[in-house]
Design a protein around this ligand. Structure first.
Ligand SMILES: Cc1cc2nc3c(=O)[nH]c(=O)nc-3n(C[C@H](O)[C@H](O)[C@H](O)COP(=O)(O)OP(=O)(O)OC[C@H]3O[C@@H](n4cnc5c(N)ncnc54)[C@H](O)[C@@H]3O)c2cc1C
Length: 443
């Protein structure tokens, strides 16, 4: 894949190369075929071998955020290359989540999470309608199951109102239980704007649009670091297969060097680890990464969903509580819980070598949590489903961190944008983050 990308790049960037007056020569690439390699007269990086190419924009990571960013840049007429370490797009956190279009209720007013979630939700509903992406605005109830939770529910309502969601409604327990006969609660917030989406169809559509506007997606290829040439960033790219073979004892050599004008590090769980491998960043700007697995259990032995809407309890530390999610096929899921897990090393994270196993024994903790709002949940009805891992910037018992978007003003490297801590509501926010990068940051 990297081989084809180099060949394609050789064709599409020759004009820009002429403009910057670089010297071009033919060079035998590691895979054995001949490619054009360029060296600028100011080149000072003789210790890095491998073909070197220029490209206007590189997006690293083809999750929903990277894909949305690539599409937005391509629609602005930019030449975009997306580099993804997995064999296809959307295999990371973007296919391991609740697929909920969040309204934007919980997040501190004026935070990135609040701003991007509310704007992203509007953009997403609009995009889904125009492009026939399966989705449903089914609404959600946030429930207080005991009276001591009511003050927290009031705080959540106020926060949502401050975030501009004026259609939220506080309903008493009787009314909520009339709306959802299987529910048990003392009070609830009704959020009519919350919905569900087929996230794979969304990503497929965004990839198609990006490709139609000239974006190249290259899979099985990983970015492993960068160096600076003058004030330009030069990315180090290798085939993911070589990471698999790497034993950790030798130096990892790039097979391709790329000099983009703009780089967006949208590698989700790996983003802080990759950012630490970029040369030239100011000290201490990359926050520590934390990982919290969230497991789902599905409801077996039921033909119909016990609920018509999504049901969320009061948020817990690290997540928004073991909630009820219904997907577009009416499959009922409970989750995600919060299981803090250890860091993996950077090269393993580029290959998504995280532990996604769901421990069947965790069901024992799920039953009492769910029965607080769904008392009729039958013994033995929960089956292990799947899990996703939250790319967090705050650890256990720390206050939740906001999304972090770092440009040159923060880290000091020209043309580099790091997207860090893009946990929930990252799916809902994806098109708004893309809009922000392609308009506000690029002008
Ligand atoms: C349990 C859970 C439930 C969630 N529920 C919701 C929800 O209901 N609604 C919502 O809005 N959000 C939700 N989210 C959040 C949402 O899923 C994420 O914010 C979003 O998917 C992040 O997308 P991304 O593109 O940033 O990351 P990812 O999807 O992880 O994509 C990153 C990509 O980068 C690639 N990569 C990594 N390293 C490299 C490298 N060195 N070189 C090249 N490629 C690399 C990876 O292979 C991956 O494909 C949830 C998250 C979790 C964990």
């Amino acid at each position: 894949m990297l081989k084809q990308t180099i060949e394609r790049l050789g064709g599409c960037i020759s004009a820009s190369r002429r403009r910057v007056g670089v010297h071009m020569k033919w060079k035998k690439h590691l895979f054995g075929n001949w490619v054009r390699s360029i060296t600028q007269s100011t080149d000072r990086t003789t210790w890095y071998s491998g073909p070197k190419e220029r490209v206007e924009c590189v997006v690293i990571g083809a999750g929903v955020v990277g894909i949305a960013v690539a599409r937005a840049l391509a629609l602005k007429g930019k030449e975009v290359l997306v580099i993804e370490s997995a064999p296809t797009f959307g295999t990371g956190t973007s296919s391991r989540n609740s697929e909920v279009i969040h309204a934007g209720i919980y997040y501190p007013p004026n935070s990135f999470k609040a701003i991007f979630c509310t704007r992203g939700r509007e953009l997403l509903y609009d995009y889904c309608s125009k492009h026939d992406i399966p989705h449903k605005r089914i609404g959600k109830l946030i429930v207080a199951t005991r009276s001591f939770e009511i003050p927290k529910l009031n705080d959540i309502l106020n926060c949502g109102i401050q975030n501009g969601i004026d259609c939220l409604k506080m309903v008493d327990g009787v009314e909520a239980m009339k709306m959802e006969p299987e529910l048990q609660c003392v009070k609830a917030i009704l959020s009519p704007l919350t919905g569900i989406i087929d996230s794979h169809s969304l990503m497929l559509s965004l990839v198609g649009e990006a490709e139609n506007h000239g974006t190249t997606f290259t899979y099985n290829s990983a970015v492993i670091g960068s160096h600076l040439e003058g004030n330009e960033i030069c990315l180090h790219v290798t085939e993911t297969n070589h990471l698999k073979e790497w034993k950790g004892t030798s130096i990892l050599h790039p097979e391709l060097l790329l000099i983009p004008k703009l780089v967006v590090n949208s590698t989700g769980l790996s983003a802080p680890a990759l950012a630490k491998r970029f040369a030239g960043l100011k000290n201490g700007v990359i926050p520590p990464a934390y990982y919290a697995r969230g497991c789902y259990f599905t409801l077996s032995n039921t033909k119909a969903s016990p609920f018509r809407r999504l049901i969320y309890p009061i948020p817990e530390d690290g997540g928004i509580g073991v909630h009820v999610t219904i997907d577009l096929n009416s499959l009922v899921k409970f989750g995600p819980n919060v299981e803090w897990i250890d860091n993996v090393d950077d090269i393993s994270s580029f290959q998504n070598k995280f532990d996604y196993s769901v421990n069947a024994k965790s069901a024992e903790q799920f039953y009492p949590e769910i029965r607080k709002y769904y008392p009729n949940l039958k013994d033995g009805s929960l089956e292990p489903g799947y899990s996703g891992i939250r790319p967090k910037l705050s650890g256990p018992l720390q206050p939740p961190a906001d999304f972090v978007i770092q440009g040159e003003d923060i880290h000091g490297v020209h043309g580099l944008i790091n997207l860090l801590g893009i946990e929930s509501p990252g799916l809902t926010s994806s098109m708004a983050i893309a809009e922000f990068i392609s308009t506000r940051l690029l002008g």
